[in-house]
Design a protein around this ligand. Structure first.
Ligand code: NAD
Length: 271
């Protein structure tokens, strides 16, 4: 039997790609397409948004009642909405996959709380390539140590509302965890004016916003006489959508808990 997937933020850039990903997967079916009450497509067939054929599911706004007919929910919306959806999923006992970035401590607490009751996957990036890049970044930081300066450069489309990207921050956290640093203290966001010489403990972030760039990240390890760059470039949102769907199909088989994409891909290493 196919797994019934609900999608919140269905009219958004990721929502439309998620519906296409569900449509192309033999083990999944679209159980609900959800949006804000004021969305002009409410009542229209989801296929109109996805740019595919008719899907037989109308866009609607009632997450609570939709959850009764779902096996899993995928949420790429906005932080406040995501926290609310986590609470509703926990009450309904429906596994949740969260892709929303820009979450603050209160939002993350809401996810943690829901994960006591349901399987909940949260990743700042659902592509297999970025998940692997995080491993490579940890290996590079471990091998190069404090002698190499770490700078993280990311680029996204003009509509993105948070900066640096959740993926860039996750990359910074991986470097900080590996080198025993604290991102809250050691991160430097953009530079301007009389900055003084570079403090070797800092992890620098540079943000580029423009056009239709889907998502690009480079972590640069700059030493004396050489530098190493680990770069990931996403050219289609379908890579995130397929990864999030894979996470949802995995989550429905798991006990309650907070998971990430490494868990989904079976990449977690002990110690
Ligand atoms: P978008 O603005 O195109 O879509 C977001 C959708 O969510 C909109 O249609 C909006 O109406 C809806 N929404 C907002 N608040 C809502 C609410 N209260 N209730 C119901 N629906 C609501 O944005 P996007 O480009 O699709 O990105 C969405 C989020 O996903 C962002 O946080 C982005 O950074 C993140 N993202 C994550 C990944 C990943 O792999 N984790 C990849 C791409 C984007």
């Amino acid at each position: 039997m196919s797994t019934r997937i609900g999608i919140t933020g269905a009219a958004g850039r990721m929502g439309r790609n998620l519906m296409l990903a569900v449509g192309e997967h033999t083990d999944a079916s679209l159980g609900a397409a959800l949006e804000r009450q004021d969305n002009p497509f409410i009542g229209h067939d989801a296929g109109e948004l996805a740019g595919s054929g008719r899907m037989g599911v109308a866009l609607q706004d009632d997450v609570d009642s939709a959850l009764q007919g779902l096996d899993a929910l995928i949420d790429f919306t906005a932080p406040e909405a995501t926290a609310r959806h986590a609470d509703l999923c926990a009450r309904a006992g429906v596994p949740l996959v969260v892709g929303t970035t820009g979450l603050d401590t209160a939002h993350l607490d809401a996810l943690q709380k829901a994960a006591a009751t349901i399987p909940l996957v949260y990743a700042a990036n659902y592509s297999a390539g970025v998940t692997l890049a995080l491993r490579l970044i940890a290996d590079a930081a471990r091998a190069l140590g404090d002698d190499y300066d770490v700078e993280i450069i990311e680029a996204h489309h003009r509509h993105k509302v948070d900066a640096p990207s959740g993926t860039a921050l996750r990359m910074g956290e991986v470097v900080a965890e590996t080198l025993g640093r604290d991102l809250a203290r050691d991160a430097v966001y953009g530079r301007e004016g009389q900055t003084g010489v570079r403090d070797s403990r800092t992890i620098g972030f540079e943000t580029i916003r423009g056009g239709d760039i889907v998502g690009e990240h480079t972590v640069m390890f700059a030493g004396l006489g050489e530098r190493i760059e680990i770069t990931h470039r996403a050219s289609s949102r379908m890579t995130f959508a397929r990864g999030a769907l894979r996470a949802a199909l995995w989550a429905v088989t798991q006990p309650p808990g907070l998971y990430d994409m490494e868990d989904v891909l079976g990449l977690k290493r002990s110690g």
